[in-house]
Design a protein around this ligand. Structure first.
Ligand SMILES: [Zn+2]
Length: 349
């Protein structure tokens, strides 16, 4: 079977009935979420880790660090975890520390040994095992008292036996926001105590340092609540640029995409004339796909509708930044979204 056999020869769209009868639900979702070009373009390969679909050394390095070749779920899970991490309540330095711990960039001996910077990976403080990030932050007897006096000790012991990143994923999914934040603060304090012991060797009390960190973060949160005063997750809808009618003899196309993450995508188009009268309106729903792809699909949908209705002079109002950018600075790329961008260029230029 060839890929073209999965497309409807008449409409050029995916034959969803056929695809659903052959593939698993997960594969169906992926196939149907892949945009198809409405023109007859040549097949090409593309490099999925990069937005444009072109290979770059940077994205290759990133992929090599990830250590697996199949993106999909892994990237989705990771994206969710990083997003949660960057939204964690607390000072930016705490988030930065956690990012370093999760991405394996804390300079523990095991990491340095692996990079051939030093010959020995043993923990410099207890000498009992290799100093991994987990060991330095959660296990080492030198900092164990930080966790021993905390009521989070039992909870964190349920986290999977895996790298710190996986543990952190578990914390953020299984602990309350406040608890996860406290785990982050105590790990941060443990790291500071470790560094003090390794580089300064003074006599100091870990617990006092950890308690000071917790207090500092609490004070920061109180301060941030006063200063930043974010409305409680309320979504504000505003339209700073009121709709303006197009010149006479021209119609204006407004498009929108509504993405219900992981469920479906809705596209909407309205075509209006210079008096603001609606000449055409259409909606359609698609399989789930990214916001960027959905916005581009909406623009293409609007242009297709205008073409079908024989409107040859049109103004397209675009508020999706990716579409706006690509219309203004045409660029070449190989990832699936470019099949839509190319159609937009063909239809709209
Ligand atoms: Zn140790």
């Amino acid at each position: 079977m060839r890929v073209i056999d999965l497309m409807d020869a008449y409409s050029g769209k995916w034959n969803s009935e056929l695809i659903k009868s052959i593939f698993s639900a997960e594969d169906c979702k992926r196939i149907l979420a892949t945009p198809l070009s409405s023109s007859n373009i040549a097949d090409s390969r593309y490099w999925w880790p990069n937005k444009s679909g072109e290979y770059t050394v940077r994205s290759g390095y990133w992929l090599a660090k990830l250590g697996r070749s199949n993106g999909g779920d892994l990237v989705e899970q990771d994206t969710k975890m990083w997003r949660q991490l960057w939204k964690l309540d607390g000072p930016p330095k705490l988030r930065h520390f956690l990012w370093r711990a999760c991405s394996g960039s804390l300079a523990v001996k095991e990491r340095l040994h692996r990079r051939h910077v030093i010959n020995d990976a043993t923990c410099p403080l207890c000498g009992s095992e290799d100093e991994t990030i987990n060991h330095a932050l959660l296990v080492c007897p030198n900092i164990a008292n930080i966790w021993n006096v905390s009521d989070l000790k039992d909870k964190i012991s349920n986290a999977p036996l895996a790298a710190f990143k996986e543990k952190w994923r578990w914390f953020s999914e299984n602990l309350s926001k406040k608890e996860a934040c406290s785990v982050g603060v105590l790990a941060w304090a443990a790291w500071l105590c470790r560094n003090k012991a390794v580089y300064e060797q003074p006599v100091h009390c870990n617990i006092t340092i950890a308690a000071g960190f917790l207090r500092m973060v609490e004070e920061y949160l109180e301060y941030a609540a006063k200063v930043f005063q974010r409305p409680n997750n309320s979504v504000q809808w505003s339209n700073p640029n009121a709709w303006l009618p197009p010149p006479m003899g021209i119609v204006k196309i407004n498009t929108d995409a509504h993405v219900l993450q992981g469920v479906k995508v809705g596209l909407g188009v309205v075509i209006r004339d210079n008096r603001g009268a609606i000449r055409a309106a259409a909606v359609k729903s698609l399989e789930p796909r990214s916001v960027e792809i959905a916005e581009a699909e909406a623009t293409r949908y609007g242009l297709e509708l205008a073409r079908r209705l024989n409107y040859d002079k049109v103004v397209v109002e675009v508020d999706a930044s990716n579409v706006f950018h690509v219309v203004n600075c045409p660029s070449k790329g190989y990832s699936p979204i470019y099949t839509i961008y190319d159609d937009i260029h063909l239809d709209g230029m």
